[in-house]
Design a protein around this ligand. Structure first.
Ligand SMILES: Cc1cc2nc3c(=O)[nH]c(=O)nc-3n(C[C@H](O)[C@H](O)[C@H](O)COP(=O)(O)O)c2cc1C
Length: 170
């Protein structure tokens, strides 16, 4: 089968049957303004050295802005953070210039936004960026990370919908 025989909608449908976690990758542009984009393609890459990665589309406006600073923070969404998931997966709301309007955040050591209520965050410096078709494979070196002890359930994206892991509490 050649590349051109793979229908784009079928590709999306089949890949939508692979459940992923959901993250919001955040960072600052060169003017110091915050940007963020919802990303499911986050992956652990290497323990020594500590590297993680994700794949933004080449047309991702937020990644183009974040890349200016050379740093980013991966915020791992908890179950129930649907609003953040969809907010950062769209253009800024009508009448707003930033997706961060009305969103609380604190700065990581590299300045990237840390969102509240997540299951954890990973603060990185860009190590290398590879071209991968219509996406980029961004590899980051981890400079700081933390997980929450009081968040019980994570967000999962499956067949176009957000759900939760439904972790048993006992
Ligand atoms: C659950 C979920 C996961 C997503 N994962 C990715 C991803 O890994 N890479 C990507 O380029 N877009 C991904 N998207 C789509 C982007 O969030 C969306 O295209 C966004 O509007 C891009 O915004 P930007 O142009 O501000 O960067 C995902 C969307 C959702 C809802």
């Amino acid at each position: 089968m050649t590349d051109s025989q793979i229908d784009a909608r079928h590709f999306r449908n089949v890949l939508g049957h692979f459940p992923t976690g959901v993250t919001v990758v955040t960072g600052l542009d060169s003017a110091g303004d915050p940007h963020g984009v919802t990303i499911g393609s986050f992956v652990s890459v290497s323990l020594d050295p500590p590297l993680v990665g994700f794949l933004p589309g080449t047309s991702s406006k937020s990644w183009q802005a974040i890349a200016e600073s050379g740093s980013f923070c991966v915020n791992i969404l908890a179950a129930g953070q649907d609003e953040l998931c969809w907010k950062f997966a769209k253009e800024p709301a009508a009448g707003e210039t930033s997706k961060f309007a009305g969103v609380d955040w604190t700065a990581s050591e590299t300045g990237s936004p840390i969102l509240p209520g997540t299951t954890g965050w990973i603060d990185c410096a860009v190590e290398v960026v590879h071209e991968a078709g219509d996406h980029l494979f961004v590899v980051g070196r981890v400079h700081g990370m933390s997980h929450a002890d009081d968040v019980d359930d994570a967000m999962v994206f499956f067949r176009g919908k957000v759900a939760s892991v439904n972790m048993p509490t006992a």
